[in-house]
Design a protein around this ligand. Structure first.
Ligand code: GDP
Ligand code: ZN
Length: 373
């Protein structure tokens, strides 16, 4: 029999009593099964934990506590009645989320097993002094990446988004076209439309304009693009018009001006912006959690944390070329139907790159992503 309370230092007396009661109601066999499940849950959390969290987890997550959580969860499931409300997840923390429902913000607790993203449509009901999410409705689109700590787990950055606005900047930080290629794959995979917002165009002068904007040439034919600046307000009203009434997520490297763009779009939001640190040309990390803002004009904007890199979720080498739409015209010229456009002879795509009909930079991006899959 498991020693009951010797590892319970952090649990309250009342919880200990409750736990004791619940556990004594179980058969020995059921009890053993529960501890087995708890140790599996603990193993899972240990493979995913970050090193700096070690101390907390050791202190807070004894096996008994996990058993207690499992017991509560089972009770919750058994006792949960019909949903009392529905809404959209507008903010996500580690164990809680906020749901906007009929104009109100409802705080909901999340169980460890619930996978919820900003933009999800959910149902909920009261639970304890908060609410519990009962169901997450099927997503129409997703923007996903692999979890930073465990590449086998999908992290949904935003759900049910109509348009993903990929923000890049020119000059400071300089234009990084590679991240556009990666976002383009992930956005097509998840089913949303894409808009490229090229920000800080006020920083372009005679000497930089041509070289910076030339990096965008390969994209002009395959996506909507908007040159903008939050300093002189170039493109802002076009952006407002293009996104009208839709749900949009703003993504991109930190420091490119995502928050500034959203503020320019809707000044009443006053989202904190960071300054680009001298010497690095990178912005400080200002946005830490995704947030969905509902604007009076009906547009919904999701502000996402800036990223240093963007991994691809659920893309395999065989299918990658499908996400480079401009390759399509030249694919029929490939000798092999299953051509990967790498080492194969008589490859229509490679020939088009040599002739200059396809962008060398985009083809290089394709090869680079392929080696990482
Ligand atoms: P985020 O990390 O992508 O949200 O970027 P921020 O909105 O915090 O902006 C980073 C820095 O770039 C801030 O110092 C902004 O003032 C500056 N910035 C944003 N948009 C523009 C722009 O259009 N032109 C110029 N020159 N600076 C901008
Ligand atoms: Zn080929």
């Amino acid at each position: 029999m498991h020693a009951l309370f010797d590892t319970f230092q952090v649990m309250q007396k009342e919880q200990q009593k409750l736990f004791n009661e619940r556990l004594s109601m179980l058969e020995e066999n059921e009890r053993r099964k529960l501890y087995k499940r708890a140790s599996m849950v603990r193993k899972l959390s240990q493979t995913r934990r970050k090193p700096q969290e070690d101390e907390n987890i050791k202190r807070a997550k004894s096996l008994d506590e996990i058993v207690f959580q499992l017991l509560l969860q089972e009770e919750n499931e058994a006792a949960s009645g019909p949903a009392t409300g529905h809404g959209v997840v507008v903010w996500l923390g580690s164990k809680t989320c906020q749901v906007r429902s009929e104009g109100n913000i409802v705080d909901c607790a999340l169980s460890r097993l619930q996978s919820v993203a900003v933009g999800d449509r959910v149902s909920f009901r009261p639970h304890g002094d908060s609410h519990a999410v009962l169901a997450v409705y099927p997503r129409t689109t997703v923007l996903s990446r692999p979890d930073v700590d465990n590449g086998n787990v999908e992290r949904v950055i935003a759900a049910n988004v109509d348009i993903v606005v990929v923000v890049v900047s020119v000059v400071a930080p300089p234009l990084h076209a590679r991240i556009i290629d990666r976002y383009m794959v992930a956005i097509q995979r998840g089913g949303a439309k894409m808009l490229l917002a090229v920000n800080k165009t006020d920083l372009l002068d005679e000497s930089t304009r041509e070289t910076e904007l030339a990096k965008l040439d390969p994209y002009r034919s395959c996506m909507s693009m908007l040159l903008c600046s939050t300093t002189d307000m170039t493109g802002i009203s076009d952006l407002r018009e293009m996104l009208k009434g839709q749900t949009c997520a703003f993504v991109g490297h930190s420091g490119v001006g995502k928050s500034s763009l959203i503020n320019a779009f809707q000044p009443s939001l006053s989202i904190l912006t960071g300054s680009v640190s001298e010497g690095y040309g990178r912005g400080t990390h200002t946005t830490t959690a995704s947030t969905l803002h509902e604007l009076p004009c009906g547009t919904r904007l999701i502000d996402t944390p800036g990223v240093r890199s963007f991994g691809l979720w659920d893309i395999d080498a065989k299918g990658l070329a499908w996400y480079f739409p401009e390759f399509e015209d030249f694919r029929p010229n490939c000798k092999f139907r299953d051509c990967n456009h790498t080492h194969e002879p008589q490859c229509g795509v490679k020939q088009a790159v040599v002739r200059g009909d396809l962008s060398q930079a985009r083809y290089d991006s394709y090869l680079r992503i392929l080696t990482l899959l």
